[in-house]
Design a protein around this ligand. Structure first.
Ligand code: HEC
Length: 219
C-alpha cells in the first residue's frame, strides 16, 4: 500500500477481510450445526422416566399427559410432560410406541396431510395447523359428539370419517384411513404436540385460554 492510499481503496485489505469473514462464518456454521443436532436429537425413554426435558421427546411420550405452561423468561408457552396416562387404554413399550409413531408418520406422508395442513411449519394453511392439534380443547366436544370415552378415540373417529364429524365450515375429505393408520396418526399428533417449538404456531395457547374461558377456539 502506498503512503497516500486510503485503506478503504486497498485491494489487499478487502482480500484479507473477505478471507477472515469467510473463515469465521465457516467455523460459526459448524458450531451451530452441532448445536442444532444436539437440540433436535430425539430423547430416550430413560430421559422421560428421569424427568429430563428434551426438545423432541422419545416416542413413549405418548404414555404421558401433555400440557403447556407459560414460561416468563422465554415469553411463550412450553410443553410440560406430566403424569402417565393410558393411550388407547394401555402403556406402550418403547418398541410399540416407535412402530405406532412410524406408521403415523408414513400415513401422514402417504395421505399428504400437508397438502391442506401445516405440520411443524411445513405445509398449507387451507385447514387448521396440526402442530398442536392434540391439545386443541375442541376434542372435549368431539368426545361427546362421537360418543367416545377418550380424546384419542374421538380423534380416530374423526380421522376415519371427518365429514360426518365436521366442526368447521370447511370439510376434511374422507381419506380412507384404516383404524390402525388413524391410531398411528393420533400418536404422531400427540408426539408432535410434545415437541418444544419455541411457541410455534404463534398464539395457539391464547386460543386455548380463550376456549377455557368459555370462548370459541379460533385457529
Ligand atoms: C383436502 C384437504 C385435507 C387433507 C388432505 C387433510 N385434511 Fe385434515 N382437515 C381439513 C379441513 C378442511 C379440516 C377442518 C374440518 C373440520 O374440523 O371439520 C381438517 C381438520 C383436521 C383435524 C382437526 C384439527 C383441529 O384441531 O381442529 C385433524 C386432526 C386433521 N384434519 C388431521 C388430518 C390428517 C392427520 C391428515 C392426513 C392423513 C389430514 N388431516 C389431511 C382438510 C384436510
Amino acid at each position: 500500500m502506498s503512503q497516500n492510499q486510503s485503506v478503504w481503496t486497498s485491494i489487499r485489505f478487502w482480500r484479507q477481510s473477505a478471507a477472515w469473514v469467510t473463515g469465521f462464518a465457516v467455523i460459526l456454521l459448524i458450531l451451530l450445526t452441532f448445536d442444532t443436532i444436539g437440540q433436535i436429537t430425539m430423547g430416550t425413554d430413560a430421559d422421560l422416566k428421569n424427568g429430563i426435558t428434551k426438545r423432541v421427546p422419545a416416542p413413549t411420550v405418548i404414555n404421558y399427559h401433555i400440557d403447556y405452561k407459560y414460561d416468563q423468561k422465554r415469553g411463550h408457552e412450553v410443553p410440560v410432560i406430566g403424569k402417565k396416562e393410558p393411550f388407547f387404554g394401555k402403556e406402550w413399550s418403547p418398541k410399540e410406541a416407535k412402530e405406532l409413531l412410524h406408521l403415523g408418520k408414513l400415513t401422514s406422508q402417504a395421505k399428504n396431510c400437508m397438502n391442506c395442513h401445516t405440520l411443524l411449519g411445513n405445509g398449507a394453511y387451507y385447514a387448521p395447523d396440526l402442530t398442536k392439534a392434540w391439545i386443541d380443547p375442541k376434542w372435549k366436544d368431539m368426545i361427546a359428539m362421537t360418543g367416545s370415552k377418550t380424546k384419542e378415540e374421538a380423534m380416530v373417529k374423526f380421522l376415519m370419517d371427518p365429514s360426518n364429524n365436521a366442526t368447521h365450515g370447511r370439510r376434511m375429505p374422507n381419506l380412507k384411513i384404516t383404524k390402525d393408520e388413524a391410531m398411528g396418526l393420533v400418536a404422531f399428533l400427540k408426539h408432535m404436540s410434545s415437541i418444544d417449538t419455541n411457541g410455534f404456531p404463534r398464539g395457539f395457547s391464547k386460543g386455548v385460554e380463550e376456549f377455557k374461558a368459555g370462548g370459541t377456539y379460533a385457529h
